[in-house]
Design a binder for this molecule. Structure first.
Ligand code: ARG
Length: 609
């Protein structure tokens, strides 16, 4: 089954053709007057010019054609032409319920997969080796993970790559500082030819302390800075001891990063970094030079990227520094060489701070111009805005420092625990729940904004169980679960069989037909069913626009519809048994849609709250 909008559009298209109009005018969209209809088509207005007819005349012909067709009869309860030439369409409750019934029968809610699945790489972690994850790493992790899940669910083959910063100056700094502290280590002995020790010469804690110390020293001491630069170069040129020490840095740091990303419920298929691109750099640069794309400029190697029509003058992209070292652009380009060779992606998506836009414009242009990436491959930059504090400035710790991610998630969990203080819940469950709710607050607070926008991190608001928040959606899920659990106990069936029992024993609304044979439904029931049925439309749109905020909007709307329904109707205490069963099935479906929606955001729903 297609999505609702696809089906409506097809019906409208069919009518345009039947009435003798070009199908290209037959567009349909979700109604912007939900009080009047579910869908609308403004196609008659568009066709009017081409056919030299009054739009309302065309609209009336289309309405007649829709009503005359088999699909039209099946789908629509009401189809109307409205001046000056709109076509308003209202679905039949029976159509909605068969659509919902179909969704219920499939684990993936019947969402149709992309007809031509694409191979997509999402580059989204960006963690830097030897540095702790801080709030700046939060947005790429959260947004990237969600974009990946949405695309996967839409049927694409998606690989997430953390693309660690593991090959630049920070590595030189750590090596240099370690050398000052422990010059006796074999890693620094150029004549050493033996095996290097198994065990790392530092802990994560020490590693994380080394980097800022070294970075501060290098800013003050030019000699130290020069040493670090040389260390980068030596490492990149494969100096044995440095490569061995670098491997130790990687081992310790990556283990810690995996733990931290795991705590965020964020995972990567690939744990690659800038260093993985190293083997591709020399050939890539040689080819760029041979093909006449790269030229020397003040000792460095650059590629011009300015194009006609640029509003601003774009500086050339430096692909090799004058000392021969690779820079950020070099590794990003060589990574594209590697990605093209290994995965031949249709699209590469970068989820990175929008302040890096120029860098990516340069990299994309060079990649296309020099043929690293074929012309049809999409390179997409999702530049995200800054997470600010209530003062409107980038979020900091209370004393103005950079906040570590662990501290932030800890603070949120504490806030959630405070809210749940009076709950009668065993500590073990509370710990899991506080974590799930805390992450929901954090992720939803972030994802409900358009990625490119800055937003204010407001712990109290994000963690509220009411309003447009992650915990509110979770709370709605929990509410449904508790109703269903009561019903399960009432029936006395096992948890594992409950879904099937519901599937077999209950049918979705509408349950009743009136004297004239028309379905009897109440508004809150219909509203909820309609929103549920729009799930696939939403997935399609969110995947097309790479927009997790569309998922947020949708699950918020659905949660509101559920809560409205809950307040308007008796469910467990409904006297009419058939009606009760149909309500239960509807909310059971609603629960699954909400849970899937949350999952697309990387959020889990707790059992109780
Ligand atoms: N490590 C980088 C940073 O902290 C982000 C990496 C983003 N990805 C990329 N392919 N450049 O700024």
């Amino acid at each position: 089954m297609n999505s609702l909008l696809t089906n409506v559009s097809a019906a409208v298209r069919e009518a345009f053709a039947a009435a003798g109009y070009d199908e290209k005018y037959a567009m349909a969209s979700v109604s912007n007057r939900p009080d009047l209809c579910d869908y609308q088509s403004n196609g008659a207005m568009a066709a009017a010019k081409a056919y030299h007819k009054a739009p309302i005349v065309i609209a009336e012909e289309i309405v007649a054609a829709v009503l005359a067709s088999e699909t039209g009869k099946l789908m629509f309860e009401k189809v109307e032409a409205v001046k000056p030439g709109f076509i308003n369409l209202t679905l039949r409750p029976s159509y909605l319920s068969s659509f919902a019934e179909y969704m219920y029968a499939y684990d993936d809610l019947g969402v149709e997969k992309a007809a031509e699945p694409e191979m997509v790489i999402v580059d989204y972690g960006g963690a830097n080796i030897a540095k702790p994850l801080h709030v700046g790493h939060l947005r790429p992790a959260i947004i990237g993970e969600s974009v990946k899940r949405i695309l996967q669910f839409a049927g694409h083959k998606v690989i997430g790559d953390v693309h660690m910063g593991d090959w630049g100056m920070p590595m030189g700094l750590v090596i240099t500082e370690k050398r000052h502290r422990n010059p006796e280590l074999v890693y620094f002995d150029e004549n050493y030819e033996g095996e290097y020790p198994e065990e790392a010469p530092f802990t994560v804690a020490e590693l994380e302390e080394i980097y800022p110390t070294a970075s501060a020293k290098s800013k003050e001491d030019p000699e130290y800075h020069a040493e670090a630069l040389q260390a980068v170069l030596d490492l990149q040129n494969g100096r044995r001891g440095y490569v061995a020490l670098w491997n130790q840095i990687m081992k310790v740091s990556v283990a810690d990063l995996k733990k931290n990303y795991g705590n965020l419920n964020v995972s990567f298929e690939l744990w690659k970094g800038e260093s993985d691109a190293a083997p591709y750099i020399d050939d890539m640069l040689a080819k760029m030079e041979a093909d006449g794309f790269a030229h020397e400029s003040q000792g460095a190697l650059v590629v011009d990227i300015a194009e006609e029509g640029d509003k601003k003058e774009l500086p050339p992209c430096i692909v090799r520094k004058s000392d021969g070292a690779a820079l950020y652009a070099t590794t990003d380009l060589a990574t594209l060489v590697e990605r093209e060779q290994l995965y031949h992606p249709n699209q590469v998506i970068y989820v990175v701070d929008k302040r890096q836009e120029l860098h990516f414009t340069q990299v994309f242009r060079v990649a296309k111009k020099t043929g690293i990436i074929p012309p049809e491959t999409k390179l997409t930059f999702i530049g995200f805005g800054t997470m600010n504090g209530k003062d409107g400035k980038p979020f900091k710790t209370r004393d103005g420092g950079v906040m570590r991610l662990e501290q932030l998630t800890g603070d949120i969990e504490a806030e959630v625990r405070r809210k749940m203080e009076n709950r009668d819940m065993p500590e073990e469950e509370l710990a899991v729940t506080a974590k799930q709710v805390g992450l929901a607050a954090l992720k939803y607070g972030d994802l409900s904004n358009q990625a490119s926008k800055d937003y204010v991190f407001d712990l109290e608001r994000f963690a509220s169980f009411e309003g447009n928040t992650g915990p509110y959606i979770q709370y709605t899920v929990v509410r449904i679960r508790s109703i269903l659990e009561k019903y399960r106990q009432e029936l006395g069936v096992e948890e594992a069989e409950f879904g099937q029992t519901m599937h077999d024993a209950c049918i979705l609304p509408p349950m009743k037909t009136g004297e004239d044979g028309a379905a009897v439904v109440n508004d809150s029931e219909r509203e909820m069913e309609l929103v549920i049925c729009r799930f696939a439309d939403m997935v399609r749109q969110a995947a097309g626009e790479l927009a997790p905020h569309k998922v947020c909007q949708y699950i918020f709307e659905l949660s509101n519809a559920l809560n409205h329904f809950y307040h308007e109707n008796y469910i467990l205490s409904e006297a009419d048994e058939e009606k009760k069963k149909s309500y239960l099935k509807l909310i059971a479906l609603c629960e699954r849609v909400l849970v899937k929606g949350l999952d697309l955001l990387g959020i889990e729903a707790p059992k109780h709250m």
